[in-house]
Ligand binder design. Structure first.
Ligand SMILES: CC(C)(COP(=O)(O)OP(=O)(O)OC[C@H]1O[C@@H](n2cnc3c(N)ncnc32)[C@H](O)[C@@H]1OP(=O)(O)O)[C@@H](O)C(=O)NCCC(=O)NCCS
Length: 166
């Protein structure tokens, strides 16, 4: 990818919302079925701790993908070493190294901020995302049956984990 990866600011909310619109319309890649609005995305960005973030990949000034890093849970500090991620790239930019660039950035940020492992949930039918996460070293740990219900159709979700000291 000929571009840059940086941490998103609230000014990126519209670009991120636009990517959600495209990916939610595709229906098959995420359990999120209604795109987050720019206002929701802005509030979300403002709510994140110093240890969390959305990282955006830009090419010639246009945001073409993003990856989020959230703490697994905030209600107890016993999960502070665990993060969860999500990755979304515009269709015309998939398979061109954007996801890999985002992951290099996010994994470095995660290590620097005390995370020891990352967890991801992926829809069972989303083979390309499973291959992507496997290529980063994620290992499948289990399957949640009928975890997603979109347009009246159930789908399982796989969960995968990556230990950052590997
Ligand atoms: C999954 C996704 C984030 C991957 O990002 P990407 O920019 O397309 O991935 P990259 O081009 O950086 O590929 C990195 C590696 O992932 C694997 N990979 C990516 N796409 C793949 C595919 N369609 N089939 C098999 N392997 C694939 C390959 O190992 C690849 O390495 P290689 O190029 O050396 O072969 C992207 O395709 C996407 O946004 N898909 C739709 C949304 C989605 O499913 N998000 C995940 C929700 S959990």
């Amino acid at each position: 990818m000929q571009g840059t990866v940086r941490r998103a600011t609230p000014d990126d909310a519209q670009s991120i919302s636009t990517i959600w619109q495209v990916i939610c319309a595709e229906r098959v890649y995420t359990a999120v079925n209604r795109p987050f609005t720019a206002a929701q995305e802005r509030d979300y960005l403002l709510s994140l701790s110093e240890r969390e973030g959305i990282f955006v990949a830009s090419v010639e000034g246009r945001v073409v993908g993003f990856q989020s890093l959230d703490q697994w849970a905030r209600y107890t500090d016993s999960f502070d070493h665990v993060g969860s991620v999500g990755t979304f790239v515009l269709p015309e930019w998939r398979g061109r190294g954007v996801g890999r660039c985002l992951a290099q950035h996010t994994l470095a940020f995660a290590r620097a901020h005390g995370y020891e492992k990352l967890v991801i949930y992926v829809r069972a039918g989303n083979a390309q995302a499973q291959a992507f996460y496997r290529s980063l070293g994620f290992v499948q740990k289990g399957v949640l049956a009928r975890q997603v219900k979109i347009d009246g159709q159930y789908e399982d979700e796989l969960f995968m984990e990556l230990f950052l000291d590997q």
